[in-house]
Design a protein around this ligand. Structure first.
Ligand SMILES: C[S@@+](CC[C@H](N)C(=O)[O-])C[C@H]1O[C@@H](n2cnc3c(N)ncnc32)[C@H](O)[C@@H]1O
Length: 476
């Protein structure tokens, strides 16, 4: 993949110049919505590859790259080799299609969705997710992990009937490999709930997979919203699978909470996810809105929505998933990772309350198991920290992200004195270095709950316990 980066950068650069960027031209298109973010990342890529340099007047070209027809000729020569490689064929065709249409996409004459899914067809994209060795390898690793789980589970509980739910199953790139593996266990599968945000995929899947897989059910499910509000029984699935989808959400922590709410206690989460950033993705999926939805860049790989393996581990563990394992660790350089993790059964869900609906506020309730109170304490402490921080910097608490450092919110040495003083009104004395040691809301909350639990319980929980309307129904 690496040796084609240069020509792809040249083509990107040339296409951007063709619509007025990085030239003397006064008229450049105004990039709407997420294309501003896409363009910033394009500049960074071009800077890294020394096509551009940053000056105080913005980015300027550092070299000339030949005419467009020369570049297409160079691309076509490299492409014919790449097309011999079954692993690259689908991606090469997709990137060429996107590059050709890039000026029209950026100037609003064409939509990236129409270009990548012409006439709503999945054909161009489907081959990226299946029927090539790399995709098939990762899909097989995920399916094998599921098979190992089933084997072990049935050893302990021979009569078990397993329920599986797949999030964002799309065209079934991963599902098809899983169905193949499930054949041996068919009598033990009670349900495989095939879900996606878009109904179009459910219709496609029903036609394609129903005849051979009698346990299939189909539901629309948006993993950014609580399952209980989407006719999905919370806490009722043994396994949740999500392939190439969780990264395409605003807030990865919230997404993991919603996925967890679907799982039974000790249920298995299986993820197939990108493990790195590359120019192919940037020039294809990067042109779609889902790529840029994320609002927690501190957790993402710079310039793209993926998470590095270490970050997945950290986030999963802090959201109460245990035994986080990477099932294809030796192959992460191929661009994907397979993650397995088990739910500890504690579920945190957003729930709108009557009064909060009026203000647009979301109240988070916590429950389940014997840890209902603990989860509630963590949540109330998080709310307390967010409100206190928000007050210090005159921002609305909803705009505080748990993973963003206090420094990014402008908490300097002067503001931190006041911030700590306000926290101490509830916790009692705190170390003056506390914000250095715990430099975002999540870390600070963990510390406060650990070190000042009883103070927090008596103040925060006492205040919030009385109104029953703030409590969500138990989800097991
Ligand atoms: C890149 S495709 C991957 C499809 C499939 N899992 C595979 O690997 O072949 C992402 C899929 O996730 C779906 N999706 C995107 N955002 C979603 C969300 N918030 N909740 C559920 N599904 C979502 C899309 O409709 C699409 O089908």
């Amino acid at each position: 993949m690496l040796n084609t980066e240069d020509i792809l950068c040249k083509m990107l650069f040339a296409q951007l110049q063709s619509i007025g960027f990085f030239t003397e031209s006064k008229s450049q298109p105004v990039l709407e919505n997420f294309y501003g973010r896409w363009f910033e990342e394009s500049q960074s890529i071009l800077e890294r590859h020394q096509f551009l340099k940053r000056t105080e007047n913005g980015h300027v070209p550092t070299r000339s790259i030949g005419t467009m027809s020369e570049l297409w000729k160079e691309w076509n020569e490299q492409k014919s080799d790449l097309l011999q490689d079954n692993n690259m064929k689908a991606m090469v065709t997709l990137v060429e299609t996107a590059l050709k249409a890039l000026p029209d996409i950026l100037t609003g004459k064409a939509s990236a969705t129409d270009i990548l899914f012409p006439n709503s067809s999945m054909d161009l994209v489907e081959g990226v997710y299946k029927n090539n060795q790399v995709a098939d390898y990762f899909n097989d690793v995920l399916a094998d992990t599921l098979a190992a789980y089933l084997q072990e589970r049935l050893k302990q509980e021979p009569e078990a009937k397993i329920r599986i739910l797949e999030i964002g199953a799309g065209t079934g790139g991963t599902s098809a490999a899983v169905f193949q593996k499930l054949k041996a266990w068919q009598t033990h599968i009670k349900e495989y709930c095939y879900t996606d945000l878009s109904k179009a995929f459910l219709i496609h899947a029903e036609n394609k997979y129903s005849p051979d897989n009698p346990y299939l059910t189909y539901k629309r499910f948006n993993v950014e919203e609580p399952a209980s509000e989407q006719h999905i029984d919370p806490g009722s699935y043994d396994v949740v699978i999500a392939a190439n989808v969780l990264h395409a959400t605003k807030n990865i922590r919230q997404t993991l909470r919603n996925a967890k709410a679907v799982l039974k206690k000790n249920g298995l989460l299986l993820l197939n996810e990108i493990s790195d950033h590359n120019i192919y993705s940037h020039l294809t999926f990067g042109l779609l809105e889902g790529w840029w939805l994320y609002e927690d860049p501190d957790l993402r790989i710079p310039g793209c929505p993926g998470l590095y393996p270490d970050t997945w581990k950290m986030v999963l563990e802090s959201e109460g998933y245990r035994y986080v394992s990477f099932m294809a660790e030796q192959s992460h350089q191929l661009g994907q990772q397979i993650i397995a993790a088990e739910s500890n059964g504690v579920v945190r869900q957003k729930k709108k309350t009557e009064t909060e609906e009026d203000t647009g506020h979301l109240q988070i309730d916590a429950e389940k198991d014997h840890s209902q109170e603990n989860a509630s304490l963590i949540e109330q402490t998080a709310q307390f920290v967010k409100h206190t921080l928000a007050k210090s910097i005159k921002l609305s608490p909803e705009r505080i992200h748990e993973d963003t450092t206090f420094e990014k919110y402008g908490i300097d040495s002067i503001l931190q004195v006041n911030f700590i003083r306000e926290l101490e009104k509830v916790t009692g004395d705190l170390p003056k270095t506390i914000l250095f040691e715990h430099n975002n809301t999540k870390e600070l909350v963990d510390y406060l709950v650990k070190e000042h639990e009883s103070k927090l319980r008596t103040t925060l929980l006492k205040e919030t316990k009385q109104p029953a309307k703030n409590e969500a129904p138990l989800q097991t």
